[in-house]
Design a protein. Structure first.
Length: 463
């Protein structure tokens, strides 16, 4: 077995001469944390700088930015980077979350800068007329919403509750979700509840007064934790009820008991009680062969191992959570570098180099943006998460939608894949060894209503 040792913490003598600052924006300390992606991004930069066939004559330097998953702060970081960075590369990686990425994507075409994100799955970002310079290495959240409906339909629940955070990531496909449930669960007259609330979530009483058997939560993790806490205090959890959650939550973050000065009434052990047997849905992009060598010169297995080791280093304090966004950030940085690299020849014909980019020179920046956008559209490479390529909306192609389930063993929380969604047949293809007896060991929570009764479909929203 090959052994790769990262030299991130050791000064390197690079043969590359011109340094380019690459803006990299994650979220640390806000409603969503993608900060664990920073070590993975630095690892990608190190590997790129050590290759002679990518960005020859240039050296990338990562400039870490923090959006706090806040739209205003994201724009402040965006403009601060472009106006202060010396030799800034004409592309920015990230945003940190959908809330932070959308305002950047909305202004980037005015300022002629390309954006590639790794943790932003809001369906609205697929709108190429509104966001022409945005690309992402993950598919939109709309597939997850459809998968949630398929899961509910497959196991026959007709009393369904949907709790969603009032952010575009969760509400853009709300009509599509309602229509899916109407068509597949024969819901003709859904009851809709709407209210505005912040932590603590005081307005959820409408949900708990007559709780449905299946409860879907589409919200950032800190808010989802508060919903689960309220459920715990009312003893609403399996085997009487079934929760359906988003799969991209960090399982270690369930331990967090304080968010935005709000102290939760529930301990980690309380939350574990509600999480037991909860099903999660997530879009994943992973190669079928973890030992095949990708564009980085390493296998996915080697990248994961190195990334995990870097997270344990004291210099990355606060980035200690292994996250799928870390591996996606790795691929996003490589996508940015390859697009820049493939632009060099055409820019040279215009007597331009990558170092000639000027954020405040509209005509020149437009030349760079158009060239790099064309290269992004044509990009195909084998990344840490499998083949990386984009459709005409700038979305990642080739991801799968999987169902997992939270299961505890010896007090430790585990997330086990139980199946994959087949959208063509609108069914779940279960993993070998998985079935009704393993997914619902105490039986499927029953609606306790007959098909002749009105079906209850409640929608709760909060800010």
């Amino acid at each position: 077995m090959r052994v790769f040792v990262s030299l991130l913490l050791v000064p390197l003598l690079s043969v590359k001469c011109t340094r380019l600052q690459l803006g990299f924006m994650s979220s640390h300390g806000g409603s969503f944390n993608s900060n664990g992606s920073v070590p993975a991004a630095l690892l990608a930069v190190e590997l790129i700088n050590n290759q002679t066939d990518i960005l020859e004559g240039y050296e990338l330097k990562l400039q870490s930015l923090n959006s706090l998953c806040d739209s205003t702060l994201a724009l402040e970081e965006y403009f601060r980077f472009w106006t202060t960075a010396y030799n800034a590369a004409p592309i920015i990686v990230g945003g940190g979350c959908s809330v932070a990425s959308e305002p950047i994507a909305a202004v980037s075409h005015f300022w002629k800068t390309i954006q590639i994100t790794f943790a932003s799955s809001s369906p609205t970002l697929s709108n190429k007329e509104k966001y022409p310079y945005h690309f992402r290495v993950l598919p939109p959240e709309s597939l997850i919403h459809r998968a949630q409906g398929i899961f509910v339909s497959m196991y026959g629940w007709q009393r369904v509750g949907l709790v969603y955070q009032y952010e575009s990531l969760f509400i853009d496909d709300l009509t599509e979700i309602e229509n899916f449930f109407k068509d597949n669960l024969m819901i003709s007259n859904p009851r809709t509840f709407q209210f505005v609330s912040r932590l603590p979530l005081d307005g959820l009483n409408q949900l708990w007064e007559n709780p449905p058997r299946a409860i879907i939560i589409n919200a950032y993790q800190a808010y989802a934790r508060e919903v689960l806490c309220q459920a715990y205090m009312r003893q609403i959890y399996y085997p009487a009820y079934q929760f359906v959650l988003l799969g991209w939550y960090n399982k270690d973050s369930w331990k967090d008991t304080i968010f935005k000065s709000h102290s939760s009434k529930c301990s980690y052990e309380n939350i574990l009680t509600v999480l037991e047997n909860a099903v999660t849905v997530e879009n994943v992009a992973y190669p079928s062969n973890l030992t095949s060598v990708g564009i980085s010169g390493l296998t996915t297995k080697e990248i994961n191992s190195t990334y995990t080791s870097l997270l344990e280093d004291e210099r990355f304090s606060g980035n200690t959570h292994f996250t799928v966004y870390g591996i996606r950030a790795f691929d996003a940085v490589f996508a940015a570098a390859l697009a820049l690299n493939n632009s060099i020849a055409n820019l040279k014909r215009l007597n331009l180099t990558l170092a000639d980019f000027n954020f405040e020179d509209y005509n020149t920046s437009a030349l760079f943006a158009n060239e790099i956008r064309n290269q992004m559209k044509k990009l195909i490479f084998q990344g840490a998460t499998g083949p990386v390529l984009f459709n005409d909306k700038g979305d990642r192609i080739g991801a799968r939608t999987v169902l997992s389930q939270y299961r505890t063993s010896g007090g430790l929380l585990q997330q086990r894949i139980i199946g994959e969604i087949d959208f063509a047949s609108q069914r779940i293809v279960l993993q070998e060894g998985e079935g009704e007896s393993t997914i619902f060991p105490s039986g499927i929570p029953r609606d306790e209503v007959t098909t002749t009764n009105p079906v209850l479909f409640g929608i709760i929203s909060f800010l």
